[in-house]
Every structure is written in structure tokens, then in C-alpha cells.
Ligand binder design. Sequence first.
Ligand code: SF4
Length: 464
Amino acid sequence: MSDMPLLLPQRLKAESSVTAKRGYQIYMETFGCQMNEYDTELVRSIMKARGFQFTPVDEEADIILFNTCAIRENAHNRLYGHLARYKARKKERGLVIGVLGCMAQNLKQELLDSRSWIDVLVGPDAYRQLPDLLTNALEHQRRGLAVDLSEYETYSQIVPDRGDGVNGWIAVMRGCDNFCSFCVVPYTRGRERSRDPEGILEEVKRLVSQGVRQITLLGQNVNSYRSGAWDFSRLLVAVADVPGLHRVRFTSPHPKDFPPALLEAVAQHPIICNQIHLPLQSANDRMLERMGRGYTRREYLVLVEAILKKGPIVLTTDLICGFCGETDEEFHDTYNLVKEMEYQAAFVFKYSERKHTIAARKFPDDVSEQVKGYRTNEIIELQKEISLQKNQAWIGREVEVMIEGDAKKSDQQWMGHTEHNVTVVWPKESLNGLPGELVSISIHDATPSTLYGMVTKGDGRREK
Ligand code: SF4
């Protein structure tokens, strides 16, 4: 931690005699994955317990916090854009600016050195230190850095400060021991640690009592969950057995250690959704080996076969285009497999080198940006066609949907998802429903990402 002076917020200058540990307003933005959203809920809880408040209006804030993602270049660029904007505002009226999360962890001193207006940097295992660091920055103009990774921190005693809504996300484990060569997570989030099942089940029950009807269990490598005699399959079933839930999901499992018991749980339990996100990344063995994924194309396909034998389980995936040394032929292995697999959805990313990763140290990032972009678009377009065809096959049929809230584009429409996690939108006038209810929707139109329909009836749980 250094002792560099910084500007005091105007409002605090006027109250300089006050030991103003209460009432500071925080404006916070979150980038990246659902884990980061969950961490933001933890941060909100930690800060509120120390008297800080949150505002949705950045103009009203004394503190600007960014919870960042280090996975891809565009996440970096977004943060830099935002920081540049607040640099000017800080000059105008004084603000304390903090960067949290994976970028803070991965780029540490580099960020502090290159952006002198950042006051506080805190990594994902050090959020308990945030109130003190911000207070120091606000009241003693000290810059703060807390980026120690922990072998034990799971924030298990902290009740996340979540908004309303019928969806609840719960991080059951943190970190990752897999060290895929392209991935920065083991360096930014540290080694794998699992929460105890009792705390997780308590959290589920509390969420249900607050109206949550769908739980998604989160972990960077969720099927590595282990706490004493509990593995992830046992935990998943115990969560799904909590009365009051309609649906349970999980993300993301790693294909290299997907246990049969987990597949059994998905296939058998009536409220565990028949959808598995199974990141492929590449369908070429040389690329998979370079990526350090721990499975071959064949092993992945054997797992897929076992999954599909269990019933109508829908698969989604993640793909990386233009990884180090990827040839056209190797790319086409992936392209062709995507065509064959017919995933419901695929999250396709252009490879971007991350500092400190194995790939950054071992392999040249030698596929041109143009080729990476071309390959990425090729697969995105292919997947769009596949998703459209799959969604069009629902036209004229009924799907069960949980009402989740207003549609993005209109508060005259409801939005929800099928158990396969496809978005469904329908007009409100056709139903006097409420968020959290399961309804049957008759589908009359489809795009690659959304089904459109009319309600046919409201009912209870589906049966497997
Ligand atoms: S499994 Fe691989 S890609 Fe996923 S978080 Fe761990 S290291 Fe990253």
C-alpha cells in the first residue's frame, strides 16, 4: 500500500471534521461473468455492514467501483474507457475510484502506475479489506492495494446483498486448479476452495423464503466441488430437494471430470434442468493439448454420447477461435464438430492473450487478428443458423416457462426461460401471472435467441 495523496470528494471537504465512516455513496459497475455479479452482491453486503450506501446514479457517488473481468481483451478495453471518463470527473469534483476483481488481481501495480487516479485496487479474495481501504482513501488520501490470494476465503459467512427477483445465483466454490493454458482464472481467483454444504443449503432456503424459484449453482469448475463427503452431485440433489424451488441449474462443469452421478442427477431429478453447459473450446486434439484441457476430441464425444443417451438433455458450449498456432484445418475441425453437434447455443470468443498465463509464456500468439475475427464470425453465423432451426422447431408446440420479469424491450411483455434455457417472450395481457410462476406458452415465432408465444395455462412442476 502506498501513501500517495488524492483528491477529497467536495462533499467531504465541507464535513472534514466528521469521522465520516457512514453514509458514503458508492456507484458500482460489474463486468464479466455471473461469478462477478455474485461477488458484487458480496461486496455490497460487506460495504453496507460498514455503513456505506449504494446509489444507481454515478453523479451522486463519492466512490466509483468497478468489479472487473480479466478473461478477454474487450473487458479490459471497456474498463479503460470507463476509467478515462472518471479521470476527468475526479478532477472536477473529487471522487475515490476503486478497481476490484480479476483485473485488479492480474494487473496490480501496472494499473496503479499507469492510471494515477485509481485509489484502491482489490482482488477477489480481499473484499473484506475494502471498507478500510476506501475509508483510508476517503479520509486520509491513501492509495490502497489488497491482492493477496487466499487458500481459504469463501465468504461463507457473508449474506450476499441481492436485488429482488426470482433467480438466485450461489457460488459454491471459488478458484480453479485446472490451469488451462489460455485462462487467467487460476492466477486471479486462486486455488479451488469449496463452501460447506450446510451454509449453501441455508442460503438456498433463505432465497426461497425471499421468493426465489430458480437457483443456479456457480463455480469456475463447479463439478470439482468437494466438502468432506459431499461432492457436487450430492450437493446439487440436496439443493434441488429444498421445497419451494421450481428449477435448479449449474455452471460450468469441466468435461474432463464429469461424473456419472452428476449426469444421473440431471436426468432423474424433476427440477434439475435438462441443460448442460459443456465447454468444448476446440475440437482439434493438438489445440486441446496446447490449451491443457485434459480431454481429447474423442473423450469429449464419448461424454456427449453418454449425456444424450440419458434423454433430451440440451447442450451449450464455449469456443475459442484463433488460439496460438491454430491452422485453417484445425479451425475446421471445430467448425465441423459444431455443425455436427448442433448445440442449442455457443459462446464464441476470439483468443486474446492474457498476461501470466501458460499460453502467454509458452506459445506465440501468431494467428492474425483478421483471421481470428473471420473464424469467430464463421462459427457465430453457423451457430445462429443452428439455434434458429432448433428454435423454429418449437413453433406450434408448447413450452413450460417460469415467469422471470418484464421483457427487455417492453414492460407489456413477460420474459422467462424454458428449462433448456431458451428465452421466451409473450404478452402480459394473456395472463394474470406473477414472476416465479410456471406457465405453459404456445410458441408462434422464433429467432436464434428468442421464442415468442402466448400463454396457454399456468401450472405446477413438470415431470421427468
Ligand atoms: S477450467 Fe480452465 S478455463 Fe475454466 S476457469 Fe479453470 S483454468 Fe479457466
